[in-house]
Design a protein around this ligand. Structure first.
Ligand SMILES: NC(=O)c1ccc[n+]([C@@H]2O[C@H](COP(=O)([O-])OP(=O)(O)OC[C@H]3O[C@@H](n4cnc5c(N)ncnc54)[C@H](OP(=O)(O)O)[C@@H]3O)[C@@H](O)[C@H]2O)c1
Length: 306
């Protein structure tokens, strides 16, 4: 448990700590004796015992102001977001309030205590015509979610706060709580002999959540500012990712039906030829993501036992 508050300890605030990435970050930092950790998320309580926790709605300026004033963080890691991509198309006001206004609030009050804001963004700020993308590629979002995430990046850039924007894509990894990630969904479906339809035309480098937590640790350690792509080691289509999962766990691949994204008739358009080039992170923070096979081996126990 991390409750020391020594003079040299970094005061880290994780916002959205109960989400998929938030859980990985919490476990990454909670046993670090050099860190004085505060977690905050939308739910009444933290999923983890033994961490300091505050319920927060980041779209509320007064709640953000109070928490930041009371905790006075050196580092704020924001992984809170309205992440339902299709929901953003119909819930524009709500999603904007969280994905943009909420980030503006964190930047505004974070700046007052001279915090370093580390914000999680996405490859959905691109149109998916010509990926994989480097950090300096021109954004061109094709969905409301993508527009909001880009607006948040821009809001941070003009807020005059020390900041790092991390762009990532297709997160996966074992979490103890909340909705299953893609790997668990595939594993559970195929184990239960359910047919699944998987798109062949979306290309990404899926990113293991513990790799992002590691990268964030390095960004804090080296005090790196600016934009960093943090993606996985392998660029592949969603169906090839699914086949890899099926192969690794020896599951029945005949249950997987290949389809095109257009057949799903989703409200929000998806960037198809996407993915993120990670050369900058490799050279500047020694970021070397694990292979998909290695991550599946790490997830095995969690999947099989639960
Ligand atoms: N998942 C991906 O594939 C992916 C890909 C690229 C980028 N990202 C980005 O990575 C970040 C983390 O994603 P994730 O998959 O870990 O998301 P997630 O599992 O949906 O977690 C988001 C967390 O934020 C909380 N939250 C929502 N509204 C809030 C509010 N108003 N105030 C405070 N907390 C609020 C959520 O609580 P509730 O659950 O109660 O709503 C949830 O705990 C996000 O910024 C996302 O845009 C994700």
């Amino acid at each position: 448990m991390t409750l020391q508050n020594g003079k040299n300890n970094k005061r880290i605030l994780i916002v959205g700590s109960n989400g998929m990435l938030g859980q990985s970050l919490t476990t990454h930092f909670m046993f670090n004796n050099d860190v004085y950790l505060m977690c905050a998320s939308f739910e009444n309580e933290s999923f983890y015992e033994n961490v300091k926790y505050s319920k927060i709605d980041i779209s509320s300026q007064s709640e953000v102001k109070l928490l930041i004033k009371q905790f006075s963080p050196n580092v704020i890691i924001n992984c809170a977001a309205y992440t339902n991509v299709d929901g953003c198309e119909t819930e524009k006001e709500l999603s904007w309030a969280i994905n943009v206004t909420g980030v503006e609030n964190l930047a505004k009050y974070g700046r007052i205590c001279d915090a370093h804001l580390i914000h999680i963004s996405t490859d959905y700020i691109f149109d998916g015509e010509n990926g994989p993308y480097s950090e300096d590629e021109l954004p061109s979002p094709i969905s409301q979610y993508g527009k909001e995430k880009l607006a948040a990046e821009n809001a941070i850039k003009i807020a005059r706060i020390k900041h790092t924007i991390i762009r990532t894509n297709v997160l996966y990894g074992a979490t103890q709580f909340g909705r299953p990630d893609f790997v668990k969904w595939v594993y559970n479906s195929l184990t239960e002999k359910k047919n699944i339809r998987i798109v062949t035309d979306q290309i990404n480098n899926p990113t293991y959540i513990d790799d992002i937590s590691y990268a964030i640790g390095k960004i804090i350690e080296f005090n790196k500012l600016g934009i960093f792509n943090i993606g996985g080691a392998e660029l592949l289509s969603r169906i090839d990712f699914t086949f890899k999962i099926a192969d690794y766990f020896n599951l029945d691949k005949s249950l997987i039906t290949p389809i095109f994204t257009s057949e799903l008739n989703q409200p929000a358009r998806r960037p198809l030829k996407s993915g993120l080039i990670i050369l900058k992170a490799q050279s500047e923070i020694n970021y070397h993501p694990l292979s998909i096979e290695k991550t599946l081996s790490l997830m095995k126990r969690n999947l099989v036992e639960h």
